[in-house]
Ligand binder design. Structure first.
Ligand code: MG
Length: 217
């Protein structure tokens, strides 16, 4: 497996599963709803998600993550499909109260530690049926979210092609493809898991408070 530099960007997709839009009482978008998460939010399997004092309500969003293998610029869906390197588990951790307060989601989605990814990237070859990818999310062992890519409003190749019309996707870039229904609050002491059967389990503890400034490195 090639090793990539950290992604130049992490592209998120909002409301890509109809059941998740319904649970928030929102209509489905007619085009993919995109946002960015900063690479500084990335953490690995086992590292703690830190709940910042600026938010009183942080939620998990278990998602299928797609890692780009080749540069994509104004690509067709077929070309985008061919440029996928692999898939991984993503937790698109979100400060729901701040998301509702802000018209842009940079703050709600962008805190340090708000993008756990892993535990590995599994390559997918051209014949792999992306629609069969399943994802689930558990908190303290209790199942909270379950979805399959076939439920997505915009398929993975369609999402990548759409994104590539706006911004060039570089090798190693990560696309978080949206979350199924069942999002919910994270509390200090919780352990949250995102699982894609062929990838494994991304497991992160949840702790209160940001790292001390002296520990930011
Ligand atoms: Mg999300």
């Amino acid at each position: 497996m090639p090793s990539f530099a950290p992604p130049s960007k992490i592209v998120g997709v909002g409301r890509n599963y109809p059941a998740h839009a319904r649970e928030h009482g929102q209509a489905m978008p007619t085009e993919p709803l995109l946002f960015l998460k900063p690479p500084s939010a990335l953490i690995a399997d086992g590292e703690p998600i830190r709940l910042p004092p600026a938010s009183a309500h942080v939620e998990h969003e278990g998602e299928i993550g797609v890692v780009i293998g080749r540069r994509l610029c104004r690509a067709t869906a077929a070309a985008a499909r061919d440029a996928i390197f692999g898939v991984t588990c993503v937790n698109d951790v979100t400060a729901r109260d701040l998301q509702q307060r802000d018209s842009q989601w940079t703050r709600a989605k962008g805190f340090d530690t708000f993008c756990p990814v892993g535990p590995r990237v599994v390559p997918v070859d051209a014949g792999f049926a992306l629609d069969t990818l399943q994802v689930c999310c558990r908190v303290n062992g209790e199942l909270r979210q379950q979805g399959v890519a076939a439920e997505m409003a915009f398929s993975i190749p369609a999402l990548l092609a759409y994104i590539s019309e706006i911004m060039t996707l570089e090798p190693g870039d990560l696309v978080a493809t949206g979350t199924p229904a069942g999002v919910g609050r994270l509390n200090p002491g919780d352990v949250v898991e995102v699982e894609i059967p062929m990838v494994g389990v991304l497991r992160n503890p949840v702790v209160r408070g940001q790292a001390a400034a002296a520990d930011c490195g």
